[in-house]
Design a binder for this molecule. Structure first.
Ligand SMILES: [Zn+2]
Ligand SMILES: [Zn+2]
Length: 147
């Protein structure tokens, strides 16, 4: 069971599912939305994640030319999860919101073409300049990132 939520506790989530993909996204949208160099995220089937609390949303057109809806807590502003239309039925949960962030196991970094020199993560991760290749449907557009 993984659980997590926003800074103030209004938005909470839990899931028993294993992520179908987990990684770090360096796209400019993630950088601006989070104010950081990258966003660590896990892709999960939407129906496997129970989410409580109303969110505020912001939709932006991703690199796939399909919008991604990012969900923020309306009180504290935490970026909690996203719904990329390019990966219908999936949700991207942002790993910094986990109650136990140590359960996050990233496999890859994506959008490394926008990675700043001051934000390299440790470890041997597969790197993709933008999205992983479309031949792997699970990896296609995990966050709907854009530039
Ligand atoms: Zn909150
Ligand atoms: Zn991104």
């Amino acid at each position: 069971m993984m659980t997590g939520g926003c800074l103030c506790g209004l938005v909470r989530y839990e899931t028993n599912a294993e992520p179908v993909f987990a990684g770090h996204c360096y796209c400019r949208d993630c950088q601006r939305a989070s104010g950081t160099g990258h966003v660590p995220f896990m892709v999960l089937p939407r129906e496997a994640v129970k989410i409580d609390g109303e969110t505020r949303t912001y939709r932006a057109l991703g690199d796939s030319q399909l919008p991604t809806t990012r969900h923020f807590c309306p009180i504290c502003g935490s970026l909690v999860f996203g719904e990329p239309e390019a990966a219908a039925g999936m949700v991207s949960v942002y790993a910094g919101t986990l109650d136990d962030p140590s359960v996050f196991e990233p496999q890859a970094t994506i959008y490394t073409r926008s990675r700043p020199a001051w934000d390299h993560v440790m470890g041997e991760l597969t790197e993709y300049e933008t999205m992983p290749p479309p031949r792997d449907p699970q990896l296609s557009s995990p966050v709907g990132g854009g530039e």
